[in-house]
Structure formats: structure tokens, C-alpha cells
Ligand binder design. Sequence first.
Ligand code: XUL
Ligand code: CO
Length: 435
Amino acid sequence: MEFFNNIEKIKYEGLESNNMLAFRHYNAEEIVMGKPMKEHLKFAVAYWHTFCNDGSDPFGKGTNQRNWITEDPMQTAKNKVDANFEFLQKLGVEYFCFHDMDVAPFGNSLEEFFHNLDIITDYMKEKMDKTGIKLLWNTADRHANHIYVNGAASSPNIDVYAMSAAQVKKGIDISKKLGGKNFVFWGGREGYETLLNTDIQFEEENIARLYKMAIAYCEKINHKLTFLIEPKPKEPMTHQYDFDSATALAFLLKYDLMEHFKLNIEANHATLAGHTFEHELNVARNYNALGSIDANQGDPLLGWDTDEFPTNVYDTTLALIEVLKNGGLHDGGINFDSKVRRTSFEQEDLFIAHIAGMDTYARGLKAAARIIETGFLDNVKKDRYSSYDSELGKQLLNNELDLEVLTNHALSVKEVNNKSSHIEFVKSKLNDLIY
Ligand code: XUL
Ligand code: CO
């Protein structure tokens, strides 16, 4: 069945176009730094925001007009699969991402849920084989169901722990069936409300145990996966265990999980953590752990996870510098963990919003390439650290110095000459390169 029957395949029409249903910057085959845009920007559509979100907020009911909803939950689930593949083909996006709960109704038991998942994911597989559309990642939603009130792998209740493990196992089975390359662990309710009743060490150890079981299961069924932790500092919990990149990396290092894990960095989560997006990407990259991106943006005036479509070219430019310096995202991609605003309630707004996000990333890509090709920021940094090009600096970098030699040098310094950063010029020149 067709759900977007008044919409044709979205085309690149260039800057002069006033067509809301056309790309003005994203030109899939255009070569940037030796590769077509679509290879740099492996976009993915988020199933939950695109096909499940009804536009409701804590103050009011849903506003979204969607023609795939029926009285029968399994029919609706099948319609959503059809809508997903039609949407992706018309948009020219090759990947999608989903939670188990997004795609099939839970029914009355875990058993019924798994049965429903089998039916729907078999249907997805048929459509994937026909269209060539691929799964970027899937995940197990271990936060929405009321049983996860006290957490999932961090729950004080071992029955809940087991149910969460069963959902992860099923998710890995589905990933194998659909040829997924990544599996995401976003913490959900893995965190705590108050230390008065919580043993952080006990809970984190249990989470690490689950991850090790997931690795072992993949080995057993011979499915090669990269697991991705998605850091977020708060919401729904007051304290989320995977606060930010640095915290997640410390956890992975502590439990010896780095070989199988990378990070999925979300822009809005970086904002909530009090960081910039590029900071989170940079920290992940420094540990060789930049796996994938959840592309959205927050609203600094609101301060919660608004999951807006990315429209800020400055931010996407700085983010894509990190991606290019990483040599790309490899098996990862750029998933729009973004939802249309409640006021954009028409079904075609799903296209309009994705086009806006893709155009914003395309502009960011071109600007990032310009900045890297001119060597502008590299030169700023080279100049800033140039004192380490001295004989003493070289000795330090070769680990040839000790405190005594450095003390002798320090005593010989007559005057310290620090350089001005001229940072206002750097920012102004960066504007020239971006816009
Ligand atoms: C929640 C969030 C999730 C993850 C997947 O803030 O970002 O949708 O991306 O569970
Ligand atoms: Co996300």
C-alpha cells in the first residue's frame, strides 16, 4: 500500500528552488573530498520519531496526521513497514534504525511480543531484499514498559534483569536476520534517582555483565556486530550512568569492553551534558571509539531533549570536521534521531523536515571540507603548539625528559612569552569559510 501517494522522488534542484519538497544543497552524487556526498553522509531514518510519534507533549494530545494508523495493531505495524520503505525510497535514504517496541505491538506477554516481532521483521527482510535498503542499527527498548520502572540491567529485580536480557537476545537475533552492523545501547532508565537506595557499583557491574553476555551470544551465533553506547546525562533519570563520552569510555575501559564497543553520539545529548556536539565527537574519536551519530539539535532555551531536526550549519560543520578527521564513520552513519515539531503536523512535513536536516548536513560537509582543505584550523593549532617544535619540546614528546631537566630549563627562562590567541579573528575567519 502507498502512504505518500502525492509525493514523488525528492530531487536536487539547487539554491534557486523554492520547492519545499526538493534538496537545495544535498546532491547525493556530488563529489566532496574525493567521495560522493551520499557516502560521507550515510543518512538513516529513525523509525520511532517518523512512524510512531503522534505529536503529543506533556500538555496536550497528538496533532500529527498519519494515514497508517488503524484499529488493528498488527495491521498498523505492517503499514508502518510499508510507509518506511516508501519514505526511504522517495527520500533517497538507504538506512533506517528502530527499537523493538517501535515496530511490533507488545501484546500480552514477552512471548507474544517476540512472535509479533518475528512476523514484522520477516516482512521487513522481504522489503530490504527487494529495495536494497539497509539496517544501520536496531536496539531493545528497555525503558518504556512499566516493568522497567527501576531500570533494566540496573534493576534491583533479577526477573526484570532477565526480561531485559531476553529483549537484547531477540534484538541480536533480529540484527543477524536483517544484516545489521551495529546494535545500540542507550541507557534509558539505567541510572538512579537517589543514592539513598542505590548501589552504583553493583548496578554498573550488572550492566557490564549483560554487555559481556551480548558479546558472547554474538560469537556463539557468528554475528559480527559493533555495540554502540549512546551517552546522555539525564532524562529520564536524574543521573544517567552514561553521562557523556568520557564517562562511557571510562566504563568501557574499566570493564575491558573497548574491543567490541564504540559510541553513538547524539547532538542534543551533548547539549544536555553541557558540552558541544563536536566536543563529544572529538573525545570519542581520540579513543578510536567514534561509531555513529544521532543527528538532531536541542533548544538551549528549553533545556530538555527536544530532538529537533538539525538546521544549524555552524554545528554540522564542526561535527563533520570531526567525522572527516575520523576517516568517516565506517560501519556507522548519521541517524536522524529527530522529530517534527508539533506544529508541523501534516504527513508531508516528514519529508520537509528530513530534507532540511539533509541540506544542513550537506552544507556542513562542504564547509568542513573547505576548512580542512585550506588547512585553516590545522594551522591555527600548529601555530598555537609551535613551542613544542623546539629541542626541549621534541625531547618531551619523545619521553626523554624528567623533572630535573625541566627544572633546569625553567630556571634558565628569563621571560615567559605567551602569544595572544587572536580568537576573535579565528572565529570571524571561520564564518567566512562556513557561509
Ligand atoms: C533517547 C534516544 C534514543 C536512542 C535509542 O534520548 O536518543 O532514542 O537514540 O534508544
Ligand atoms: Co538518540
